[in-house]
Design a protein around this ligand. Structure first.
Ligand code: NAD
Ligand code: LMR
Length: 331
């Protein structure tokens, strides 16, 4: 058995963490032979609740769980971790957009960036889940200049999973038969879920999703808006934001980053290098492949006029969010 690795989850007393911790501790993220030492960060008033979560983790009797450190101190939580799930932040309520959380949440990511910079390993892989996830990831990276910016990512995997599931249901195949759907841009209602390069296995043969669906209007309208608004639909139904599916997506994202994406593209918010004419230095979701712990943007895809408009709109929103976040962080 390998030596245990240290992994931190912030917002550890919250909803998403309640599903996520089990997945990490049971081997679903780092593999069935990798023990983990969990660092659990939440705010001081939540330490009582967190104690209950620690008890439940012990009661799961998980062979891969090497230890647990509950704490309210970021510098203790981030010490020597190889992976950081930054979940802790306020969730939106019905009627809000995710960017309405910016002023409240972005300061958390400034403070956590500073703490990561001081005590984390320089190869730590950071996944920001807390909303607005893309801009929070950018701010976190800016305040952790000693850690490469490639190590900071934002979660759009939930949007990818939603998109894949919608397409599979429409075509009538199991969800794993659909691959290479892309989420471009912001984890917000301007994101562009793009099925134009997706492929599906039907009856043992692979074919392009647009050919299998044969309904361009659906792919440009209903499909796009359903995925863009899925988070709001879950909030309207549950009166709380998605948690089970968010935790599953966070596991998928980190697993693929550590263990590789194989022959599938995955969508990740990463610091943009300007690929596909997107604004540089915002955290933009691209199709990537991952291998040996590194991600690489899939290049050479055709961008139609429709896609260009969608990419520009979400890029513009990210540039605006960035400016707003930098202003908030000045004080
Ligand atoms: N990117 C995505 O796809 C996605 C999906 C779902 C939810 N989210 C976001 O994830 C975040 C968490 O959602 P949730 O449902 O778990 O919320 P929650 O309110 O149930 O839990 C959040 C936890 O974070 C803690 N917290 C607050 N400030 C903190 C800080 N400074 N340090 C550490 N912990 C802190 C809170 O005390 C709470 O325990 C929200 O911002 C939500 O909008 C993102
Ligand atoms: O929509 C939200 O506010 C929560 C989360 O980002 C989601 O996509 O479900």
């Amino acid at each position: 058995m390998a030596e245990p690795i240290k992994v931190v989850v912030t917002g550890a007393a919250g909803q998403i963490a309640y599903s996520l911790l089990y997945q990490i501790a049971s081997g679903a993220v780092f593999g069935p032979n990798q023990p983990v030492y969990l660092h659990l960060l939440d705010i001081a008033p939540m330490m009582g609740v967190l104690e209950g979560v620690v008890m439940e983790l012990a009661d799961c009797a998980l062979p891969l769980l090497a230890g647990v450190l509950p704490t309210a101190k970021p510098e203790e939580a981030f010490k020597d971790v190889v992976a950081a799930f930054l979940v802790g932040a306020m969730p939106r309520k019905e009627g809000m957009e995710r960017k309405d959380l910016l002023a409240a949440n972005v300061r958390i990511f400034k403070e956590q960036g500073q703490a990561l910079d001081k005590v984390a390993r320089k190869d730590v892989k950071v996944l920001v889940v807390g909303n607005p996830a893309n801009t929070n990831a950018l701010i976190c990276s800016k305040y952790a200049p000693s850690i490469p910016k490639e190590n900071f990512t934002a979660m759009t995997r939930l949007d990818q999973n939603r998109a894949q599931s919608q397409l599979a249901a429409k075509i009538g195949v199991p969800v794993q038969n659909v691959k290479n759907v892309i989420i471009w841009g912001n984890h917000s209602s301007t994101q562009f879920p793009d099925a134009s390069n997706a492929v599906v296995t039907v009856g043992g043969a692979q074919k392009p999703v647009p050919a299998a669906i044969n309904d361009d209007a659906y792919l440009k309208s209903t499909f796009v808006t359903t995925v863009q608004k899925r988070g709001a639909a879950v909030i309207a139904a549950r009166k709380m934001s998605s948690a089970l599916s968010a935790a599953k997506a966070a596991s998928d994202h980190m697993r693929d980053w550590f263990l590789g994406s194989g022959d599938r593209w995955v969508s990740m918010g990463v610091v943009s290098d300007g690929s596909y004419g997107t604004p540089r230095d915002v955290v933009f979701s691209f199709p990537v492949t991952t291998a040996n712990g590194k991600w690489k943007i899939v290049q050479g895809l055709t961008i139609t006029d429709f896609a260009r408009q969608m990419l520009d709109a979400t890029g513009k929103e990210l540039a605006e969010e960035k400016q707003e976040a930098l202003d908030v962080c000045k004080d």
